[in-house]
Design a protein around this ligand. Sequence first.
Ligand SMILES: NC(=O)c1ccc[n+]([C@@H]2O[C@H](COP(=O)([O-])OP(=O)(O)OC[C@H]3O[C@@H](n4cnc5c(N)ncnc54)[C@H](OP(=O)(O)O)[C@@H]3O)[C@@H](O)[C@H]2O)c1
Length: 164
Amino acid sequence: MNLIVAVDENWAIGRNGDLLAHMKEDMKFFRATTKDHVVLMGRKTLDSFPGGNPLKNRTNIVLTANPDFQREGVIVVHSIEELLAEAKKYPAEELFVIGGGRVYKEMLPYCTKAYVTHVHKAFDDADTWFPNLSEDSEWKLTETGATFSQDDFTYTFTTYERVK
Ligand SMILES: NC(=O)c1ccc[n+]([C@@H]2O[C@H](COP(=O)([O-])OP(=O)(O)OC[C@H]3O[C@@H](n4cnc5c(N)ncnc54)[C@H](OP(=O)(O)O)[C@@H]3O)[C@@H](O)[C@H]2O)c1
């Protein structure tokens, strides 16, 4: 199972239910990487999308504790156990955990590859973070890709892989 995330210099990922920055090339990379695959997310991340709608051309699996929650085009699960059972129906390499903070933390132990976009800026009003993989001995940075610039910052695509 994979995960895909954009982090700032402090591994922050969000504020007020939204991303810290909307980056054109990162969005392109996200769309290309997850297209036709399965995206796993928390209910709050689903609600952060325009109209609260699922992502097109992808199977959307959403985690919520609310037994009444329903949304068109979404497979709803109510626990990590149920999420893992649903995920088993697909090839592991086609599964992408896409957030947010809580679901990344809960699903990290099940992931073996992390696509991390490093934003070279510290946003001081962040309220949601991703675990710092550079300080986690179970993970290793295996690839550093292209850097792009936008507004007053640059960002770089990287890949981490589970080594333990
Ligand atoms: N930078 C990035 O790459 C990136 C990517 C995605 C999201 N984000 C940001 O992350 C923030 C959202 O993260 P978040 O941590 O607040 O929320 P989240 O992880 O998206 O969703 C949390 C919700 O998921 C459900 N949930 C999670 N674990 C569960 C479990 N074990 N059992 C049942 N339900 C469970 C609950 O829904 P209910 O409340 O409905 O029960 C919970 O409130 C936003 O700011 C978003 O923009 C950033």
